[in-house]
Design a binder for this molecule. Structure first.
Ligand SMILES: Cc1ncc(COP(=O)(O)O)c(C=O)c1O
Length: 411
């Protein structure tokens, strides 16, 4: 018998994939990262600065502690997450975020990305309507896409998701056979615009959810990466009806390498999410959970938050100062008070994706073209610039280079 060639096997496999894989598209960001060599200044992915990670001494102590409980730490765990960690998260939320929860309302996830994936899995039927920002976090769309929702785009401005327009859209779609099922928001330090949703809009969003009977998914990875003291409460903290599925993460306040996040929601949601997790990965890793618990119990995460804020504020300032100095006046941008990103609008005759290849090639600087953050296909003239990883002096050089590229493309 003649053996099939590698190519034949790969054709067989490709033809055997389920139809739904056609929705699994690699994000522009991931593809881009492959193109970027070491000499390119990258404003692409939102990777945290390792200087924000816990100190090596504290990590060593934590690992030593985990070794002392080796039998538990290296064992399978509980699907919802270790009760002791969930208790520690509840106390953390109470003192830091004024969110109150019981054990039955809290679930540990593998990053908030897993929370988003499960939301898609348990809520979205084909054609279900999901309201998202224009623009919105790309990987949330990737998580939901598999289940073939219909997105309803809601404009975002400097005060976050425009709830007046949302309400009009909710009303309009109520008259159809499929009303909007839920609203996905990143209210603080939105990815990609860096905007903070105002308190009025947060309250209005809750009123809309209550009046028209829908629920809210509040994704809050940047809730602690804030640069002034006047930040409105989390929507979950204002939620008296349990309509908010809140998710956050240890990626930005500890380290993304531990891949741990958490969800706070109505018990019915948590039970269904837990069933989904049983089939996906059985449980979050005990080793990592004991690590986070060690830090939470000693107040070490709380203590690190002000330092992390200062670190990113310095970078945000460096980026805005360089942009103010170098960018041509044809470029406009948000001035973020939270998060990792500056979002910029180029003149509408410039396609940011085309510009990118030129920027990498000629000036060795990279950014994320904004188009994939827009569910309506707009945004081709926008760019997301992440300041989280490069040092302030590098940010300055990168912005100078980028502004040179843009100037060369002005009419
Ligand atoms: C808006 C938003 N949600 C969720 C995530 C996922 O974070 P993680 O899975 O690391 O918790 C990110 C990551 O950057 C993000 O920007």
């Amino acid at each position: 018998m003649e053996h099939a060639s590698l190519k034949e096997i790969s054709i067989l496999i490709t033809n055997s994939f389920a139809n739904r894989v056609d929705r699994m598209k690699s994000s522009d960001i991931r593809e881009l990262l492959k193109l970027i060599s070491a000499d390119v200044i990258s404003f692409t992915g939102g990777a945290p600065d390792p200087d924000a990670f816990p100190s090596p001494e504290d990590l060593r102590d934590a690992i030593e502690y985990i070794l002392s409980i080796r039998d538990k730490a290296f064992q399978y765990g509980i699907t919802d997450g270790l009760p002791s960690l969930r208790e520690a998260i509840i106390r953390f939320m109470e003192r830091q975020m004024s969110i109150k929860a019981e054990l039955r309302n809290v679930l540990v996830t593998i990053g908030s990305q897993e929370g988003l994936e499960i939301v898609g899995r348990i809520f979205i039927n084909q054609g279900d309507k999901v309201a998202v920002g224009l623009p919105t976090y790309l990987a949330a769309l990737q998580a939901f896409n598999l289940w073939r929702p219909k997105y309803i785009g809601v404009p975002v401005d400097k005060d976050g998701l425009n709830t007046e327009i949302l309400e009009e859209l909710v009303r309009k779609h109520r008259k159809t056979r499929k009303p909007i099922k839920f609203v996905y928001v990143v209210p603080t330090g939105q990815n990609p615009t860096g905007t903070i949703m105002s308190l009025e809009r947060r309250k209005h969003l809750l009123e809309i959810a209550s009046s028209y009977d829908l629920f809210i998914v509040e994704d809050d990875p940047y809730g602690f990466i804030t640069f002034h003291d006047n930040i409105p409460p989390r929507i979950k903290a204002l939620d008296t009806e349990d309509r908010v599925i809140y998710m956050s993460t240890f990626s930005k306040i500890f380290a993304p390498g531990v891949r741990l996040g958490w969800v706070v929601a109505n018990e019915t949601v948590i039970k269904q999410m837990s069933l989904a997790i049983q089939a996906i990965n059985l449980c979050p890793p005990n080793f990592n959970q004991y690590m986070i618990q060690y830090f939470l119990d000693r107040g070490l995460i709380d203590r690190n938050i002000p330092r992390i804020r200062r670190l990113y504020k310095e970078k945000r300032d460096a980026m805005l100062m360089a942009m103010d100095e170098y960018m041509p006046r044809e470029v406009s941008y948000y001035r973020p008070d939270a998060g990792f990103f500056v979002f910029a609008y180029l003149p509408d005759y410039i396609d940011a994706k085309k510009l990118l290849y030129y920027a990498i090639d000629k000036e060795k600087v990279a950014f994320v073209p904004g188009r994939s953050f827009f569910v309506d296909g707009s945004g081709y003239n926008t760019m997301r610039l992440s300041y989280s990883l490069p040092k302030p002096d590098v940010i300055r050089v990168g912005i100078e280079r980028l502004s040179r590229v843009i100037r060369e493309h002005l009419k």
